[in-house]
Design a binder for this molecule. Structure first.
Ligand SMILES: Nc1nc2c(ncn2[C@@H]2O[C@H](COP(=O)(O)OP(=O)(O)OP(=O)(O)O)[C@@H](O)[C@H]2O)c(=O)[nH]1
Ligand SMILES: [Mg+2]
Length: 238
């Protein structure tokens, strides 16, 4: 089974040297694809160096910071072209514990998409300011009410797709880039009838490096859920 873990990066040199060995240790069939947006800290040069020693490591270099959503779309296309069967999304900042990878792999046996969820079995977020936790929690309640999608954490970025799901979705039609990107992918998978399963994860705020969260990302998500709802009512969802 060929497995690809896609990690988009912007200035993650402080995290990747420790994260990568942990990810690779979770299974021989696991490859990693870094999608780097010309990080000023030299993340891409570090990866290029590592690639000389490790043929399970891959890199897409983009010329400028273009956002998380388009980075994942580039990664998904790479995964489909290179015959990967299972495709993960993961952050570089240790918010997503690589030790959970085996649980995702177990659950994907009985489902098409596995979502790491912070909001089932209580609230499992460590070290976020209350403001940010409330924003995220209410954003998820809002998403659930407007879209009707039975998912408790639709904005999370730790997840695993079967390749059939990515093949079924029109990847060029995915337009959102921040948290809305996560919602859009989940919604499209669910609407196409794929089985979406949530598993509890513990999310720890980044310790090293800088956050790329912005008001723009939140605004995009607020309008996107309505677009998704109307598109699906009028049969325009691709
Ligand atoms: N290629 C690429 N990667 C990005 C971009 N923005 C963020 N990332 C990466 O996407 C992952 C998630 O971004 P984060 O900044 O951790 O976003 P977050 O988890 O919402 O916020 P914090 O954890 O508070 O930083 C990290 O690995 C980032 O390096 C981007 O524009 N391009
Ligand atoms: Mg993060």
């Amino acid at each position: 089974m060929k497995i690809l873990i896609i990690i988009p990066t912007f200035n993650e040199l402080e995290n990747l040297p420790k994260l990568l060995p942990l990810v690779f240790s979770k299974g021989d069939g696991i490859d990693v694809l870094i999608v780097d947006d010309n990080s000023p800290d030299g993340t891409a040069s570090f990866i290029e160096n590592e690639m000389k020693k490790n043929n399970r490591l891959h890199l897409i270099k983009r010329s400028s910071k273009q956002g998380l959503g388009t980075a994942y779309i580039a990664g998904f296309k790479y995964a489909l072209q290179h015959d990967y069967q299972l495709i993960f999304e993961m952050d570089a900042d240790f918010s997503h514990d690589p030790n959970e990878i085996p649980r995702f792999l177990e659950e994907i046996n009985n489902s098409d998409v596995v979502l790491g969820s912070r909001y089932i079995n209580g609230v499992n977020v460590i070290n976020w300011p209350m403001r940010r936790l409330l924003l995220s929690w209410f954003a998820n309640l809002y998403t659930r009410v407007i879209t009707g999608m039975p998912v408790h954490d639709a904005t999370g970025g730790y997840k695993c797709f079967r390749r059939e799901v990515l093949q079924a979705i029109d990847l060029d039609g995915v337009k959102s880039n921040g948290y809305a990107f996560q919602i859009e992918m989940n919604f499209k998978a669910w609407k196409k009838g794929f089985k979406v399963k949530e598993i509890p994860i513990i999310f720890v705020d980044r310790v090293k490096g800088k956050s790329k969260m912005s008001k723009k990302i939140v605004r995009e998500a607020v309008t996107m859920v309505w677009k998704l709802r109307f598109k699906s009512i009028f049969g325009l969802l691709k």
